[in-house]
Write a protein that binds this ligand. Structure first.
Ligand code: SDX
Length: 424
């Protein structure tokens, strides 16, 4: 029920009372649904100031650089939790007891294998296919194995679909990588943690034992944790919109992967490394800063800026601390880190970026860590997709669990008015 109202005066002079709702924290929202009967649509390209739904999963304060998952700060979760516990939190809404966590980890671990037929899907991909292209296809193909054995109206069926997706995404991701380098697929191992198992399936071979470094395992788990969910971002909104038609969750997640791929979104982590490689050395930075500032040059500083964070991205701060730890522990010297840090220093001292509140985002430092642990650049966004699957599917579940309508935005039409077909 609305406890406040906003009054809008229409061009005709008529005033319309619009309900205003308050959340737990964050901005109030004005319910504009009543404008339709007054003959108006709202207009907000890019949804800059549009609340599309009510949600209890994640809260972001872009001005204060706050990110909460079910009320817990990303800093606390990064320090005290791990990825699967955060998955449990996002899906069920509370932190698990030790017994609940053990059962959840057991269930996820024992769903990491895929139907053997899925391996044949990769035969159709050329070896140099982009791994995100393979992921779009392979995850969508999961629909062919499960969609007819689940009823999205069933809470239990939705939970099983979520377990399957969280469990199988690392296996599919590693298969994309193995296919691209012509190595055999590695079956998951139930004696390894989620992160260690992913690294094993990525870098292990049947020819020798592969031991995961604890430092790399911790870094991989933290990367997964930091990317798990982020409110109504473009790919999550894509999953919600696809889900609002009643499509099965595997097809919805495949749509989310496609949306994430873009360089303005999850594809930025890959683009950051390519940009750092293109810049090459610190002395080239000023030239690229000028390109980024030139309105006629499409070049943007990848890893900078965010639709919501107009201060700092808290994940970037945690990521930066992790990159220092990982590179020190692995004794990796990556000249790109020096370029990245100098680029950040110069950009943040330039009024163009400061005025537009363009700070490093989650993607700016993640690539440095992923490179340090041996992940190829082309797999960066795939790892983002693996991690974000729990966010996507938790938002899908939240929407499907309550009454919902199919998403169907309207438009401002500026095309031709009706005209007769030429009689000649
Ligand atoms: C993610 O939404 C989420 O939560 C996403 C995400 C998640 O976890 O799901 O956080 C993950 O997608 C992070 C963002 C990764 N993308 C990049 O790093 C790509 C580079 N960043 C830009 O493409 C851009 O900053 C966006 C897309 C992130 C945000 O774009 P907005 O909010 O639409 O802002 P804008 O494009 O209108 O930019 C405002 C101004 C413009 O200049 P003016 O027209 O005012 O003169 O800032 C400029 C832009 O040209 N600008 C940049 C810039 N980003 C914005 N100029 C140079 N380099 C940049 N990176």
């Amino acid at each position: 029920m609305a406890d406040k109202h906003a009054t809008l005066t229409l061009p005709s002079g008529k005033t319309v009372e619009l309900p205003v709702y308050s959340g737990t924290i964050g901005p109030d929202v004005i319910d504009v649904a009543g404008l339709l009967k007054e003959g108006y649509f709202t207009h907000d390209p890019g949804f800059m100031s549009t609340s599309a739904t009510e949600s209890r999963i994640t809260y972001i304060d872009g001005d204060e650089g706050i990110l909460l998952h079910r009320g817990y700060s990303i800093e606390d979760l990064a320090e005290h939790s791990d990825y699967l516990e955060t998955c449990y939190l996002l899906w069920y809404g509370t932190l698990p007891t030790p017994e609940e966590k053990a059962q959840f980890v057991y269930n996820i671990t024992r769903h990491t294998m895929l139907h053997e037929s899925l391996a044949h899907f990769f035969d159709g991909f050329h070896h140099n296919a982009h791994p995100m292209a393979m992921m779009c296809g392979a995850v969508g193909a999961l629909s062919a194995f499960y969609h007819d054995v689940m009823d999205i109206r069933s809470q239990r069926d939705r939970e099983i679909a979520a377990h399957r997706l969280v469990a199988k995404m690392p296996t599919l991701a590693a298969m994309c990588y193995k296919h691209s380098i012509g190595q055999p697929f590695m079956y998951p191992r139930n004696d390894l943690s989620y992160a260690a198992n992913f690294l094993y399936m990525m870098f292990g071979t049947p020819c020798e034992e592969y031991v995961v470094s604890p430092a790399v395992e911790r870094a991989m788990d933290r990367i997964f944790l930091l990317h798990a969910d982020h409110e109504q971002n473009a790919s999550t909104s894509t999953v919600r919109l696809a889900g609002s038609t009643g499509a099965n969750p595997f097809a919805c997640v495949s749509a989310g992967i496609a949306a994430l791929w873009g360089p303005a979104h999850g594809g930025a982590n890959e683009a950051v490394l390519r940009m750092l490689d293109e810049i090459g050395t610190v002395d080239q930075i000023p030239r690229f800063i000028e390109k980024a500032k030139d309105p006629n040059d499409p070049f943007k500083l990848m890893g900078f800026g965010h639709r919501v964070y107009k201060n700092f991205d808290p994940r970037a701060k945690v990521m930066k601390a992790s990159s220092d730890e990982v590179l020190a522990e692995l004794k990796v010297v990556d000249p790109r880190l020096k370029v990245a840090m100098e680029l950040e220093r110069i950009a943040l001292s330039d009024p163009y970026f400061a005025d537009r509140k363009l700070f490093p985002n989650v993607d700016f430092y993640s690539g440095i860590i992923l490179s340090a642990i041996g992940i190829p650049t082309s797999m960066f966004t795939v790892i983002f997709a693996v991690s974000r699957t729990i966010g996507w599917i938790s938002h899908w579940h939240e929407m499907i669990s309550s009454p919902y309508k199919i998403g169907r935005p309207r438009q401002l039409y500026t095309g031709e008015a009706q005209r007769p077909y030429p009689s000649n």
